[in-house]
Design a protein around this ligand. Structure first.
Ligand code: NDP
Length: 246
């Protein structure tokens, strides 16, 4: 039997990059998958068509992760349309950068809303549907563990908050057979951080492995945590960063 057969998953930010790779990985393993997106309606529709053609149930939901009400509604819709909810992957993200003194209040609020409050609220809503074997996995960043240069303080702060959320929540739901983990990617070739961008050589210089990850490399670790093989891993931060934090 396929690894995720009979399971239902929700991935936030599933239209592109790491999120799309996670959606495809879970669907390939037999899961029915809902995913959210911010504005890429055409990409969302194409991904739904792709997975539906493979025999999966798939739902695309436009929901801004910075809007707590929209996040709650997305979780309810996913559980209702798929009939259950076993796996939540908090992936949606943005990349604010720039000198510390120039960061505006709006940027602080927006970043924390998307990366922290949206994750908290999604987990709260999803837990109402999860039973034994449930999985909550958040996509953090290698910057949660190591910040080797300036200009990314707000981003690093928002991603390191996921470590506390993950550890605390793992303690709260462990007895219910639900695991909670955070995957911390390093440089991954996506629209957010293209492998031919101007910053590439600076990033490679900080890594042990001298190439960017593919989104599928991150999805594989998420898949391990989401499946039966991950049942004894909880409260953990897992680096998938080519040695950036080594
Ligand atoms: P991309 O920019 O390539 O894709 C972002 C995805 O998130 C898109 O599907 C986008 O939807 C969605 N999204 C963005 N903002 C929102 C929002 N407010 N509400 C709902 N959906 C939203 O990013 P990556 O794939 O590179 O990043 C995925 C995650 O991995 C992020 O959390 C990021 O911080 C993290 N990460 C990435 C690294 C990298 O090197 N790429 C390294 C470390 C961590 P839409 O298409 O509609 O815009």
């Amino acid at each position: 039997m396929a690894e995720f057969s009979g399971k239902a998953a929700l991935v936030t930010g599933g239209t592109r990059g790491i999120g799309a790779a996670i959606v495809r990985h879970l669907a390939r393993g037999g899961a029915d998958v809902a995913f959210t997106y911010a504005s890429s309606g055409e990409k969302a529709a194409a991904l739904v068509d792709e997975l539906t053609a493979q025999g999966r149930r798939c739902v695309a939901i436009q929901a801004d992760s910075g809007d707590a009400h929209a996040v709650r509604q997305a979780v309810e819709r996913a559980a209702s349309e798929l009939g259950r909810l076993d796996i939540l992957v908090n992936n949606a993200g943005i990349f604010p950068s720039g000198p510390f003194e120039g960061v505006s209040l709006e940027e602080i609020d927006r970043t924390l809303a998307v990366h922290v409050r949206g994750v908290f609220v999604a987990a709260q809503a999803a837990l109402a549907h999860m039973t034994h074997g449930g999985r909550i996995i958040s996509i953090g960043s290698c910057f949660a563990q190591r910040v080797p240069y300036g200009g990314v303080t707000l981003y690093a702060m928002s991603k390191s908050a996921l470590v506390g959320l993950t550890k605390g929540l793992a303690r709260e739901v462990g007895e219910r057979g639900i695991t909670v983990n955070v995957v911390d990617p390093g440089s991954t070739d996506t629209d957010m951080n293209p492998a031919d961008g101007p910053q590439v050589s600076a990033e490679l210089a900080l890594m042990a492995v001298k190439h960017f990850a593919r989104p599928e490399d991150i999805a594989a670790t998420v898949g391990h945590l989401a499946g039966p093989s991950g049942r004894f891993i909880t409260g953990a931060s897992i680096a998938v960063d080519g040695g950036f934090t080594a």
